[in-house]
Design a protein around this ligand. Structure first.
Ligand code: FEO
Length: 398
């Protein structure tokens, strides 16, 4: 879909769908693609709000020019400098040389560093107003959501919040652009995976922003990715509130690394024992098969986390190391955990799990299991103990 769509009186979506890029930020899988949303407000002055990733430039400029109908762009509001929204800036400057770039004190050093652009800048701060004519835009700073320069733009006359990546989602806009025009069930995982992987580290800044923006009479949320929220505004805000408080549902994620199946057997045993204890939401992931973004997403959903790994070259298995280091970097909070290890001779998984537990500070519900090859009776009992302790702890209410 490449066309301008009027979302409110003289306010247009001019975004683009990207179904070709396999990995976002060169890391996160995009099985359902991603949309880059840019917007233009046509008033006595014309303002574009964020741009798109440069691979779709030709269509983007064409759509913008169709909206402008011969007029020029006066302002480009840069809510967020990550290049999936800023890499069209130099092209816009070529088309509209008098363009004023609107950002905050943290925006402009990035603009210089990324693109060597340092002229025609208008610095705004919390509470600043930009007068377009009929509309007077307000700005709120939203630092670390998920970059330090992130800000949002509020149009009080329309009740529209241009929210940068906040409330964004992976997934292309396959026809509809509003939340009531798309299949939200189909996009469900891409909405939560976007939060958990891109924004998830920043729960505290998210809470700050929600408190700051919560009092606004919002009629529409226009994020830079995913659907425009106009029908499910309370739902998406409530979800952000829950996620950013690290609140989870009753369930258990078991993530394992296994070369020849012995450690996987332990994962299956624990899963079976959990089920016997009445736990229904059990998600077992093989870290060699499943990208960490999906495992992390499930960890944001469910309270219990049980991790298991074989040893490899005197350390933990590489794909489990990736998962552990991502969880450490994100500082994910508020989980119950247990772990299980396996070795053939020297080991290595167990010390790394112990180090991880010290760092992440989740509550450990049971002693670890430590097998040597195929699990024997003592290992089966250790796995049973982990599952029973996890189920019991989950069923307690605090
Ligand atoms: Fe969609 Fe943080 O860029």
């Amino acid at each position: 879909m490449n066309q301008a769509i009027e979302i409110s009186n003289n306010i247009f979506w001019i975004g683009a769908n990207d179904r070709r890029t396999h990995i976002f930020e060169n890391y996160w899988p995009l099985p359902k693609g991603v949309a880059y949303n840019s917007y233009v407000i046509v008033d006595e002055k014309v303002a574009v709000i964020d741009t798109i990733e440069r691979s779709r430039l030709d269509d983007y400029i064409e759509n913008l020019q169709a909206v402008l109908n011969g007029r020029k762009v006066d302002y480009l509001i840069i809510n967020h400098m990550e290049p999936d929204h800023s890499s069209a800036i130099k092209t816009l400057l070529c088309h509209f040389p008098g363009l004023t770039l609107v950002g905050n004190a943290k925006t402009f050093p990035m603009l210089e560093n990324f693109y060597g652009v340092h002229e025609n800048l208008l610095e705004v701060q919390e509470g600043s107003t930009l007068d377009l004519g009929k509309r007077k835009l307000n700005f709120y700073m939203a630092p670390m959501l998920h970059w330090p320069e992130t800000m949002v733009t509020w149009v009080p006359e329309e009740g529209i919040l241009f929210s940068a990546d906040i409330f964004g989602a992976f997934g292309t806009l396959d026809g509809g652009i509003f939340d009531d025009q798309v299949d939200l069930d189909y996009l469900e995982e891409e909405i939560s995976r976007y939060y958990s992987n891109i924004v998830g580290k920043y729960g505290v800044p998210a809470q700050t922003a929600l408190k700051k923006l919560g009092g606004l009479p919002i009629r529409m949320i226009c994020a830079t990715h995913g659907p425009i929220w106009r029908t499910h505004i309370a739902d998406i805000i409530a979800r952000y509130d829950k996620w950013s408080k690290y609140e989870t549902d009753e369930g258990v994620v078991i993530a394992f690394s296994s070369m020849y199946g012995h450690t996987e057997k332990m994962a299956d045993l624990i899963g079976r024992f959990l089920a016997e204890k009445g736990v229904k939401k059990i998600r077992i992931h093989d870290t060699s098969k499943t990208h960490p973004s999906y495992i992390i997403n499930d960890i944001f959903r469910y309270k219990g986390v049980i991790l298991g790994s074989c040893s490899y070259n005197g350390n933990i298995f590489p794909t489990m190391e990736t998962l552990l280091s991502e969880l450490e970097h994100m500082g994910v909070k508020n989980h119950l955990m247990a772990f299980f290890a396996n070795k053939t001779w020297a080991g290595g998984a167990l010390p790394r799990f112990t180090q991880f537990a010290d760092k992440i500070k989740w509550e450990i519900v049971a002693p670890h299991a430590d097998a040597s090859g195929s699990p024997v009776e003592k290992d089966v009992e250790a796995c049973r103990n982990i599952a029973c302790a996890m189920a019991d702890r989950l069923q307690q209410k605090s």
